[in-house]
Design a protein around this ligand. Structure first.
Ligand SMILES: Cc1cc2nc3c(=O)[nH]c(=O)nc-3n(C[C@H](O)[C@H](O)[C@H](O)COP(=O)(O)OP(=O)(O)OC[C@H]3O[C@@H](n4cnc5c(N)ncnc54)[C@H](O)[C@@H]3O)c2cc1C
Length: 455
Protein backbone atom coordinates (compact mmCIF):
# COMPACT_ATOMS: atom_id res chain seq x y z
CA UNK A 1 0.00 0.00 0.00
CA UNK A 2 1.49 3.40 -0.96
CA UNK A 3 2.82 5.21 2.06
CA UNK A 4 2.46 2.20 4.35
CA UNK A 5 5.52 1.26 6.27
CA UNK A 6 6.79 -2.09 5.15
CA UNK A 7 7.21 -4.62 7.90
CA UNK A 8 9.87 -7.21 7.34
CA UNK A 9 9.66 -10.10 9.77
CA UNK A 10 13.06 -11.06 11.09
CA UNK A 11 14.09 -14.52 9.96
CA UNK A 12 13.24 -16.96 12.81
CA UNK A 13 16.74 -18.36 12.68
CA UNK A 14 18.01 -14.77 13.10
CA UNK A 15 15.76 -14.48 16.18
CA UNK A 16 17.25 -17.66 17.59
CA UNK A 17 14.01 -19.68 17.82
CA UNK A 18 11.69 -21.54 15.49
CA UNK A 19 8.23 -21.71 17.02
CA UNK A 20 5.09 -23.32 15.61
CA UNK A 21 2.41 -25.78 16.70
CA UNK A 22 4.17 -28.43 14.61
CA UNK A 23 7.82 -28.38 13.66
CA UNK A 24 8.19 -30.86 10.81
CA UNK A 25 11.71 -32.11 10.15
CA UNK A 26 11.84 -33.15 6.49
CA UNK A 27 10.10 -31.58 3.49
CA UNK A 28 10.04 -34.87 1.59
CA UNK A 29 6.81 -36.43 0.34
CA UNK A 30 5.81 -37.54 3.85
CA UNK A 31 6.44 -34.18 5.56
CA UNK A 32 4.53 -32.43 2.76
CA UNK A 33 1.57 -34.85 2.82
CA UNK A 34 1.38 -34.53 6.61
CA UNK A 35 1.46 -30.71 6.60
CA UNK A 36 -1.20 -30.50 3.89
CA UNK A 37 -3.76 -32.42 5.95
CA UNK A 38 -2.89 -30.47 9.12
CA UNK A 39 -3.62 -27.23 7.21
CA UNK A 40 -6.97 -28.59 5.99
CA UNK A 41 -8.20 -30.12 9.23
CA UNK A 42 -6.77 -27.81 11.93
CA UNK A 43 -5.89 -24.15 12.43
CA UNK A 44 -2.36 -25.03 13.53
CA UNK A 45 0.87 -23.41 12.38
CA UNK A 46 3.72 -25.48 10.91
CA UNK A 47 7.45 -24.85 10.56
CA UNK A 48 9.14 -27.14 8.03
CA UNK A 49 12.90 -27.68 8.23
CA UNK A 50 14.88 -29.43 5.51
CA UNK A 51 18.47 -29.84 4.44
CA UNK A 52 17.45 -29.56 0.79
CA UNK A 53 16.81 -26.21 -0.86
CA UNK A 54 13.50 -27.37 -2.34
CA UNK A 55 10.75 -29.63 -1.01
CA UNK A 56 10.46 -33.17 -2.40
CA UNK A 57 13.21 -34.90 -0.40
CA UNK A 58 15.03 -37.66 -2.24
CA UNK A 59 13.29 -36.80 -5.52
CA UNK A 60 15.76 -33.88 -5.67
CA UNK A 61 18.65 -36.37 -5.75
CA UNK A 62 17.18 -39.06 -8.00
CA UNK A 63 18.47 -39.97 -11.48
CA UNK A 64 17.04 -37.85 -14.30
CA UNK A 65 15.06 -40.70 -15.87
CA UNK A 66 13.28 -41.68 -12.62
CA UNK A 67 9.48 -41.79 -12.63
CA UNK A 68 6.94 -42.68 -10.01
CA UNK A 69 6.45 -46.42 -9.81
CA UNK A 70 2.75 -45.93 -9.11
CA UNK A 71 0.18 -43.75 -10.89
CA UNK A 72 0.44 -40.02 -10.22
CA UNK A 73 -3.27 -39.95 -9.45
CA UNK A 74 -2.74 -41.08 -5.85
CA UNK A 75 0.69 -39.61 -5.07
CA UNK A 76 1.56 -36.24 -3.51
CA UNK A 77 -0.61 -34.27 -1.10
CA UNK A 78 -4.33 -34.66 -0.56
CA UNK A 79 -5.38 -31.16 -1.63
CA UNK A 80 -3.70 -31.00 -5.06
CA UNK A 81 -3.87 -33.30 -8.08
CA UNK A 82 -0.56 -34.51 -9.49
CA UNK A 83 -0.79 -34.83 -13.28
CA UNK A 84 -4.04 -34.93 -15.18
CA UNK A 85 -5.20 -38.55 -14.92
CA UNK A 86 -4.06 -39.29 -18.45
CA UNK A 87 -3.51 -42.76 -19.83
CA UNK A 88 -0.03 -43.16 -21.32
CA UNK A 89 -0.20 -43.79 -25.06
CA UNK A 90 3.44 -44.62 -25.72
CA UNK A 91 6.29 -46.39 -23.97
CA UNK A 92 6.33 -49.43 -21.71
CA UNK A 93 3.56 -48.00 -19.50
CA UNK A 94 1.20 -47.59 -22.48
CA UNK A 95 -2.45 -48.19 -21.64
CA UNK A 96 -1.90 -47.44 -17.96
CA UNK A 97 -2.30 -44.34 -15.80
CA UNK A 98 0.46 -41.73 -16.15
CA UNK A 99 3.59 -41.75 -13.96
CA UNK A 100 5.09 -38.38 -13.03
CA UNK A 101 8.77 -37.92 -13.78
CA UNK A 102 11.14 -36.97 -10.95
CA UNK A 103 11.25 -33.40 -12.31
CA UNK A 104 7.44 -33.26 -12.28
CA UNK A 105 7.31 -34.55 -8.69
CA UNK A 106 9.80 -31.85 -7.59
CA UNK A 107 7.93 -29.10 -9.46
CA UNK A 108 4.66 -30.29 -7.93
CA UNK A 109 5.96 -30.14 -4.35
CA UNK A 110 7.51 -26.72 -5.03
CA UNK A 111 4.13 -25.45 -6.24
CA UNK A 112 2.37 -26.91 -3.21
CA UNK A 113 4.84 -25.01 -1.02
CA UNK A 114 4.66 -21.74 -3.01
CA UNK A 115 0.95 -21.68 -3.82
CA UNK A 116 -0.69 -23.34 -0.83
CA UNK A 117 1.55 -23.68 2.21
CA UNK A 118 3.35 -20.31 2.32
CA UNK A 119 0.38 -18.13 1.21
CA UNK A 120 -1.71 -19.69 4.01
CA UNK A 121 0.36 -17.60 6.43
CA UNK A 122 0.54 -20.65 8.70
CA UNK A 123 3.65 -22.32 7.29
CA UNK A 124 7.30 -21.32 7.36
CA UNK A 125 9.88 -23.22 5.30
CA UNK A 126 13.43 -23.33 6.63
CA UNK A 127 15.27 -24.59 3.58
CA UNK A 128 18.96 -25.58 3.63
CA UNK A 129 18.71 -26.05 7.38
CA UNK A 130 19.67 -29.08 9.42
CA UNK A 131 17.99 -30.24 12.61
CA UNK A 132 19.87 -32.01 15.38
CA UNK A 133 19.05 -32.37 19.09
CA UNK A 134 16.52 -29.56 19.28
CA UNK A 135 18.62 -27.09 17.29
CA UNK A 136 18.29 -26.00 13.65
CA UNK A 137 21.40 -24.78 11.86
CA UNK A 138 21.16 -22.84 8.61
CA UNK A 139 23.74 -24.28 6.21
CA UNK A 140 24.37 -21.04 4.25
CA UNK A 141 24.71 -18.77 7.30
CA UNK A 142 25.79 -21.11 10.06
CA UNK A 143 23.27 -19.42 12.40
CA UNK A 144 21.37 -21.61 14.83
CA UNK A 145 17.89 -21.55 16.34
CA UNK A 146 16.25 -23.62 19.04
CA UNK A 147 13.01 -25.38 18.18
CA UNK A 148 9.77 -25.00 20.12
CA UNK A 149 6.86 -27.10 18.94
CA UNK A 150 3.62 -26.10 20.70
CA UNK A 151 1.98 -29.43 19.94
CA UNK A 152 4.51 -31.86 18.52
CA UNK A 153 7.83 -32.22 16.76
CA UNK A 154 7.22 -34.30 13.63
CA UNK A 155 10.03 -36.56 12.50
CA UNK A 156 9.52 -36.95 8.74
CA UNK A 157 13.04 -38.33 8.26
CA UNK A 158 12.67 -41.70 9.98
CA UNK A 159 12.19 -43.69 6.75
CA UNK A 160 15.81 -42.78 5.92
CA UNK A 161 15.43 -42.97 2.15
CA UNK A 162 18.82 -43.29 0.46
CA UNK A 163 19.38 -43.08 -3.29
CA UNK A 164 22.74 -43.92 -4.94
CA UNK A 165 23.79 -40.30 -5.60
CA UNK A 166 23.62 -39.56 -1.86
CA UNK A 167 26.54 -41.75 -0.82
CA UNK A 168 29.59 -43.62 -2.16
CA UNK A 169 29.17 -47.36 -2.90
CA UNK A 170 29.51 -49.65 0.12
CA UNK A 171 32.01 -51.89 -1.73
CA UNK A 172 35.67 -51.26 -2.51
CA UNK A 173 36.61 -49.65 -5.82
CA UNK A 174 40.19 -49.82 -7.13
CA UNK A 175 41.84 -46.74 -8.63
CA UNK A 176 40.92 -46.11 -12.22
CA UNK A 177 37.68 -48.14 -12.15
CA UNK A 178 34.70 -46.19 -13.52
CA UNK A 179 31.73 -46.30 -11.10
CA UNK A 180 28.87 -43.82 -11.44
CA UNK A 181 25.43 -43.47 -9.87
CA UNK A 182 22.56 -43.82 -12.38
CA UNK A 183 22.42 -39.99 -12.45
CA UNK A 184 25.51 -40.05 -14.69
CA UNK A 185 24.16 -42.58 -17.19
CA UNK A 186 22.46 -40.18 -19.64
CA UNK A 187 25.69 -38.19 -20.08
CA UNK A 188 28.12 -41.15 -20.13
CA UNK A 189 29.95 -42.15 -23.33
CA UNK A 190 29.61 -45.73 -24.56
CA UNK A 191 32.10 -47.89 -22.63
CA UNK A 192 34.06 -50.26 -24.86
CA UNK A 193 33.92 -52.92 -22.12
CA UNK A 194 30.13 -52.71 -21.68
CA UNK A 195 27.83 -51.67 -18.87
CA UNK A 196 27.73 -53.33 -15.45
CA UNK A 197 24.59 -52.60 -13.44
CA UNK A 198 25.06 -53.28 -9.72
CA UNK A 199 21.90 -53.86 -7.69
CA UNK A 200 18.74 -55.95 -7.63
CA UNK A 201 16.12 -53.30 -6.90
CA UNK A 202 13.90 -50.99 -8.87
CA UNK A 203 16.68 -48.44 -9.48
CA UNK A 204 18.77 -51.14 -11.20
CA UNK A 205 15.74 -52.16 -13.26
CA UNK A 206 15.23 -48.53 -14.26
CA UNK A 207 18.90 -48.29 -15.32
CA UNK A 208 18.63 -51.49 -17.43
CA UNK A 209 15.37 -50.28 -18.99
CA UNK A 210 16.92 -46.89 -19.78
CA UNK A 211 19.84 -48.56 -21.59
CA UNK A 212 17.51 -50.83 -23.58
CA UNK A 213 15.24 -47.92 -24.42
CA UNK A 214 18.26 -46.07 -25.82
CA UNK A 215 19.00 -49.06 -28.05
CA UNK A 216 21.94 -50.60 -26.17
CA UNK A 217 22.46 -54.23 -27.19
CA UNK A 218 21.46 -56.53 -24.26
CA UNK A 219 24.74 -58.40 -24.80
CA UNK A 220 26.57 -55.27 -23.61
CA UNK A 221 24.77 -55.31 -20.25
CA UNK A 222 25.94 -57.30 -17.23
CA UNK A 223 23.54 -57.16 -14.30
CA UNK A 224 24.73 -58.07 -10.80
CA UNK A 225 21.61 -59.18 -8.89
CA UNK A 226 22.34 -60.70 -5.47
CA UNK A 227 18.65 -61.61 -5.07
CA UNK A 228 15.63 -62.27 -7.29
CA UNK A 229 12.50 -60.38 -6.39
CA UNK A 230 8.76 -60.70 -6.53
CA UNK A 231 7.56 -57.64 -8.44
CA UNK A 232 4.16 -55.99 -8.34
CA UNK A 233 2.25 -55.77 -11.61
CA UNK A 234 1.37 -52.11 -12.18
CA UNK A 235 -1.71 -53.16 -14.17
CA UNK A 236 -3.50 -54.08 -10.92
CA UNK A 237 -2.52 -50.83 -9.17
CA UNK A 238 -4.52 -48.40 -11.29
CA UNK A 239 -6.97 -45.72 -10.18
CA UNK A 240 -10.68 -46.43 -9.71
CA UNK A 241 -11.80 -49.97 -10.43
CA UNK A 242 -8.30 -50.68 -11.74
CA UNK A 243 -7.06 -50.79 -8.13
CA UNK A 244 -7.45 -54.54 -7.71
CA UNK A 245 -5.34 -55.14 -4.60
CA UNK A 246 -8.39 -56.36 -2.67
CA UNK A 247 -8.27 -59.46 -4.88
CA UNK A 248 -5.26 -60.53 -2.80
CA UNK A 249 -7.64 -61.49 0.00
CA UNK A 250 -9.26 -64.07 -2.32
CA UNK A 251 -5.81 -65.59 -2.89
CA UNK A 252 -4.94 -65.47 0.81
CA UNK A 253 -8.28 -67.02 1.81
CA UNK A 254 -7.74 -70.23 -0.17
CA UNK A 255 -3.95 -70.67 0.16
CA UNK A 256 -2.71 -73.51 2.37
CA UNK A 257 0.88 -72.27 2.77
CA UNK A 258 3.00 -69.16 2.32
CA UNK A 259 4.40 -70.62 -0.91
CA UNK A 260 0.85 -71.13 -2.19
CA UNK A 261 0.20 -67.42 -1.53
CA UNK A 262 3.09 -66.34 -3.76
CA UNK A 263 2.08 -68.83 -6.47
CA UNK A 264 -1.55 -67.68 -6.22
CA UNK A 265 -0.55 -64.02 -6.45
CA UNK A 266 1.47 -64.84 -9.56
CA UNK A 267 -1.38 -66.81 -11.11
CA UNK A 268 -3.80 -63.95 -10.38
CA UNK A 269 -1.48 -61.60 -12.29
CA UNK A 270 -0.48 -59.54 -9.23
CA UNK A 271 3.09 -60.82 -8.77
CA UNK A 272 5.65 -61.02 -11.55
CA UNK A 273 9.24 -62.27 -11.62
CA UNK A 274 12.02 -62.10 -14.13
CA UNK A 275 12.90 -65.80 -14.14
CA UNK A 276 9.96 -68.14 -13.43
CA UNK A 277 12.40 -70.95 -12.57
CA UNK A 278 13.85 -69.07 -9.58
CA UNK A 279 11.99 -68.72 -6.27
CA UNK A 280 12.39 -65.05 -5.26
CA UNK A 281 13.92 -64.24 -1.86
CA UNK A 282 13.16 -60.53 -2.05
CA UNK A 283 9.99 -58.44 -2.02
CA UNK A 284 10.21 -54.65 -1.78
CA UNK A 285 7.07 -53.46 -3.59
CA UNK A 286 9.07 -52.81 -6.77
CA UNK A 287 6.45 -52.26 -9.45
CA UNK A 288 6.74 -52.89 -13.19
CA UNK A 289 4.54 -53.47 -16.22
CA UNK A 290 4.51 -56.69 -18.18
CA UNK A 291 6.06 -54.76 -21.10
CA UNK A 292 8.96 -53.73 -18.84
CA UNK A 293 9.31 -57.32 -17.64
CA UNK A 294 9.60 -58.50 -21.26
CA UNK A 295 12.39 -55.98 -21.76
CA UNK A 296 14.21 -56.96 -18.56
CA UNK A 297 14.15 -60.60 -19.66
CA UNK A 298 16.16 -59.59 -22.77
CA UNK A 299 19.22 -59.28 -20.51
CA UNK A 300 18.64 -62.71 -18.89
CA UNK A 301 22.01 -63.99 -20.20
CA UNK A 302 23.80 -61.05 -18.56
CA UNK A 303 22.35 -61.57 -15.08
CA UNK A 304 25.00 -62.62 -12.55
CA UNK A 305 23.68 -64.31 -9.41
CA UNK A 306 26.80 -64.67 -7.27
CA UNK A 307 25.91 -62.44 -4.34
CA UNK A 308 26.87 -58.87 -3.56
CA UNK A 309 29.85 -56.99 -4.91
CA UNK A 310 32.73 -56.91 -2.44
CA UNK A 311 35.28 -55.08 -4.57
CA UNK A 312 35.73 -53.88 -8.12
CA UNK A 313 39.23 -54.36 -9.53
CA UNK A 314 40.31 -52.90 -12.90
CA UNK A 315 39.78 -56.27 -14.63
CA UNK A 316 37.35 -58.13 -12.33
CA UNK A 317 34.40 -57.93 -9.98
CA UNK A 318 34.97 -59.69 -6.67
CA UNK A 319 31.56 -61.03 -5.61
CA UNK A 320 30.51 -62.92 -2.49
CA UNK A 321 30.21 -66.07 -4.61
CA UNK A 322 33.24 -65.77 -6.89
CA UNK A 323 35.26 -63.52 -9.18
CA UNK A 324 33.99 -62.31 -12.52
CA UNK A 325 36.56 -61.20 -15.10
CA UNK A 326 35.67 -57.98 -16.89
CA UNK A 327 37.21 -55.89 -19.63
CA UNK A 328 39.08 -52.97 -17.99
CA UNK A 329 37.05 -50.30 -19.75
CA UNK A 330 33.64 -51.30 -18.30
CA UNK A 331 31.29 -48.67 -16.90
CA UNK A 332 29.81 -49.69 -13.54
CA UNK A 333 26.48 -48.14 -12.59
CA UNK A 334 25.98 -48.29 -8.83
CA UNK A 335 22.30 -48.93 -8.05
CA UNK A 336 22.98 -50.68 -4.75
CA UNK A 337 21.66 -48.04 -2.28
CA UNK A 338 19.05 -49.43 0.06
CA UNK A 339 16.31 -46.98 -1.02
CA UNK A 340 13.78 -47.62 1.67
CA UNK A 341 15.41 -49.83 4.27
CA UNK A 342 13.35 -51.95 6.65
CA UNK A 343 13.50 -49.85 9.80
CA UNK A 344 12.33 -50.99 13.23
CA UNK A 345 8.76 -49.88 13.92
CA UNK A 346 8.39 -47.32 16.71
CA UNK A 347 5.07 -45.91 17.96
CA UNK A 348 3.91 -43.11 15.66
CA UNK A 349 2.43 -41.07 18.52
CA UNK A 350 4.50 -40.09 21.55
CA UNK A 351 3.85 -37.26 24.02
CA UNK A 352 5.70 -34.47 22.24
CA UNK A 353 6.63 -36.20 19.00
CA UNK A 354 5.25 -37.90 15.92
CA UNK A 355 7.42 -40.33 13.95
CA UNK A 356 5.99 -40.66 10.46
CA UNK A 357 6.03 -44.24 9.19
CA UNK A 358 4.04 -46.42 6.83
CA UNK A 359 0.62 -47.53 8.08
CA UNK A 360 -0.51 -48.95 4.75
CA UNK A 361 2.01 -51.20 2.99
CA UNK A 362 4.30 -49.22 0.65
CA UNK A 363 1.98 -46.18 0.65
CA UNK A 364 4.14 -43.49 2.28
CA UNK A 365 2.19 -40.38 1.32
CA UNK A 366 -1.17 -41.93 2.18
CA UNK A 367 0.31 -42.97 5.53
CA UNK A 368 1.63 -39.50 6.39
CA UNK A 369 -1.71 -37.93 5.45
CA UNK A 370 -3.66 -40.45 7.52
CA UNK A 371 -1.42 -39.84 10.54
CA UNK A 372 -2.16 -36.09 10.19
CA UNK A 373 -5.90 -36.79 10.04
CA UNK A 374 -5.63 -38.85 13.25
CA UNK A 375 -3.54 -36.09 14.85
CA UNK A 376 -6.22 -33.55 13.96
CA UNK A 377 -8.66 -35.37 16.27
CA UNK A 378 -7.51 -33.81 19.53
CA UNK A 379 -9.91 -36.00 21.54
CA UNK A 380 -7.78 -39.14 21.03
CA UNK A 381 -5.25 -40.17 23.65
CA UNK A 382 -1.87 -41.62 22.65
CA UNK A 383 -3.00 -45.25 22.86
CA UNK A 384 -6.07 -44.65 20.72
CA UNK A 385 -4.02 -42.72 18.15
CA UNK A 386 -1.40 -45.48 18.01
CA UNK A 387 -4.08 -48.14 17.57
CA UNK A 388 -5.24 -46.30 14.45
CA UNK A 389 -1.71 -46.08 13.09
CA UNK A 390 -0.17 -49.55 13.41
CA UNK A 391 3.19 -49.39 11.66
CA UNK A 392 3.81 -51.62 8.62
CA UNK A 393 7.59 -51.55 8.05
CA UNK A 394 8.83 -51.45 4.48
CA UNK A 395 9.08 -55.05 3.20
CA UNK A 396 12.34 -56.74 2.31
CA UNK A 397 11.58 -60.46 1.92
CA UNK A 398 8.47 -62.31 0.65
CA UNK A 399 7.34 -63.11 4.18
CA UNK A 400 6.97 -59.35 4.77
CA UNK A 401 4.15 -59.39 2.22
CA UNK A 402 2.27 -61.72 4.59
CA UNK A 403 2.90 -59.67 7.74
CA UNK A 404 2.04 -56.48 5.83
CA UNK A 405 -1.28 -57.93 4.66
CA UNK A 406 -2.17 -59.04 8.21
CA UNK A 407 -1.22 -55.64 9.65
CA UNK A 408 -3.28 -53.94 6.95
CA UNK A 409 -6.37 -55.96 7.90
CA UNK A 410 -5.87 -54.96 11.57
CA UNK A 411 -5.45 -51.27 10.70
CA UNK A 412 -8.45 -51.24 8.35
CA UNK A 413 -10.63 -52.68 11.15
CA UNK A 414 -9.50 -49.86 13.46
CA UNK A 415 -10.24 -47.25 10.80
CA UNK A 416 -13.82 -48.55 10.44
CA UNK A 417 -14.40 -47.57 14.06
CA UNK A 418 -13.49 -43.89 13.68
CA UNK A 419 -16.16 -41.81 11.94
CA UNK A 420 -13.96 -38.85 10.98
CA UNK A 421 -11.30 -41.10 9.55
CA UNK A 422 -13.84 -43.14 7.64
CA UNK A 423 -15.23 -39.99 6.07
CA UNK A 424 -11.70 -38.83 5.18
CA UNK A 425 -10.86 -42.23 3.67
CA UNK A 426 -13.95 -41.93 1.50
CA UNK A 427 -12.87 -38.64 -0.02
CA UNK A 428 -9.04 -38.47 0.00
CA UNK A 429 -7.35 -38.71 -3.42
CA UNK A 430 -4.46 -40.59 -1.74
CA UNK A 431 -6.54 -43.70 -0.99
CA UNK A 432 -6.84 -45.80 -4.11
CA UNK A 433 -9.70 -48.11 -3.20
CA UNK A 434 -11.06 -50.21 -6.01
CA UNK A 435 -13.81 -52.81 -5.71
CA UNK A 436 -14.40 -53.70 -2.04
CA UNK A 437 -12.92 -56.84 -0.53
CA UNK A 438 -15.18 -59.83 0.14
CA UNK A 439 -15.56 -59.71 3.98
CA UNK A 440 -15.63 -63.51 4.27
CA UNK A 441 -12.39 -63.74 2.30
CA UNK A 442 -10.79 -61.13 4.58
CA UNK A 443 -11.66 -63.15 7.71
CA UNK A 444 -10.28 -66.35 6.17
CA UNK A 445 -7.22 -64.48 4.90
CA UNK A 446 -6.46 -63.15 8.40
CA UNK A 447 -6.72 -66.64 9.93
CA UNK A 448 -4.44 -68.11 7.25
CA UNK A 449 -1.92 -65.30 7.58
CA UNK A 450 -1.67 -65.81 11.34
CA UNK A 451 -1.04 -69.52 10.73
CA UNK A 452 1.57 -69.00 7.99
CA UNK A 453 3.41 -66.40 10.06
CA UNK A 454 3.45 -68.66 13.12
CA UNK A 455 4.91 -71.57 11.13
C1 LIG B 1 13.40 -44.19 -7.03
C2 LIG B 1 12.23 -44.21 -6.10
C3 LIG B 1 10.94 -44.24 -6.61
C4 LIG B 1 9.84 -44.26 -5.74
N1 LIG B 1 8.57 -44.32 -6.26
C5 LIG B 1 7.51 -44.34 -5.41
C6 LIG B 1 6.17 -44.38 -5.89
O1 LIG B 1 5.92 -44.44 -7.08
N2 LIG B 1 5.17 -44.39 -4.99
C7 LIG B 1 5.40 -44.35 -3.66
O2 LIG B 1 4.45 -44.36 -2.88
N3 LIG B 1 6.65 -44.32 -3.19
C8 LIG B 1 7.70 -44.30 -4.01
N4 LIG B 1 8.95 -44.28 -3.52
C9 LIG B 1 9.11 -44.30 -2.08
C10 LIG B 1 9.43 -42.89 -1.62
O3 LIG B 1 10.55 -43.00 -0.88
C11 LIG B 1 8.29 -42.23 -0.89
O4 LIG B 1 7.20 -42.09 -1.76
C12 LIG B 1 8.62 -40.84 -0.39
O5 LIG B 1 9.16 -40.03 -1.41
C13 LIG B 1 9.49 -40.85 0.82
O6 LIG B 1 9.45 -39.57 1.33
P1 LIG B 1 10.02 -39.24 2.76
O7 LIG B 1 9.48 -37.89 3.06
O8 LIG B 1 9.76 -40.34 3.70
O9 LIG B 1 11.60 -39.23 2.61
P2 LIG B 1 12.63 -38.23 1.88
O10 LIG B 1 12.25 -37.98 0.49
O11 LIG B 1 13.97 -38.85 2.11
O12 LIG B 1 12.53 -36.87 2.70
C14 LIG B 1 13.15 -36.70 3.93
C15 LIG B 1 13.72 -35.30 3.95
O13 LIG B 1 14.26 -35.07 5.25
C16 LIG B 1 15.42 -34.31 5.12
N5 LIG B 1 16.22 -34.51 6.33
C17 LIG B 1 16.67 -35.70 6.81
N6 LIG B 1 17.34 -35.49 7.97
C18 LIG B 1 17.31 -34.15 8.21
C19 LIG B 1 17.81 -33.33 9.23
N7 LIG B 1 18.47 -33.83 10.29
N8 LIG B 1 17.60 -31.99 9.15
C20 LIG B 1 16.92 -31.46 8.10
N9 LIG B 1 16.41 -32.19 7.11
C21 LIG B 1 16.60 -33.54 7.15
C22 LIG B 1 16.08 -34.80 3.87
O14 LIG B 1 16.94 -33.83 3.33
C23 LIG B 1 14.85 -35.07 2.98
O15 LIG B 1 14.57 -33.96 2.17
C24 LIG B 1 10.05 -44.26 -4.35
C25 LIG B 1 11.36 -44.23 -3.84
C26 LIG B 1 12.44 -44.20 -4.70
C27 LIG B 1 13.83 -44.19 -4.10
Amino acid sequence: MPGAEATIEADPIERGAIEADYVVIGAGAMGMAFTDVILTHTDATVAIVDRHDKPGGHWNDAYPFVRLHQPSSFYGVDSAELGSNRIDEVGWNAGLSELASGAEVCAYFDQVMQRRFLPSGRVTHHARSVYADGVVTSIPTGRTASVRAGRRLVDATYMNVTVPSMRPPAYGVADGVRVIPPNGLPSADRPEGGYVIVGAGKTAMDAVLWLLDRGVDPAEITWITPRDSWLLNRAVIQPGDGFRLNEQFDVLAVADSAEAVYAGMEEAGHFLRIDPSIEPTMYRCATVTEAELTQLRRVADGIVRQGRVERIEPDALVLEGGTLSRPPDSLHVDCSADGLERRPAVPVFAKDRLTLQTVRACQQVFSAALIARVESDRSLDLDAANRLTGVIPHPDVPRDFLSGALAHIANAQQWLGHDGLLEWLGQTRLSPDGPPADPTAVVRAAANLERFLAE
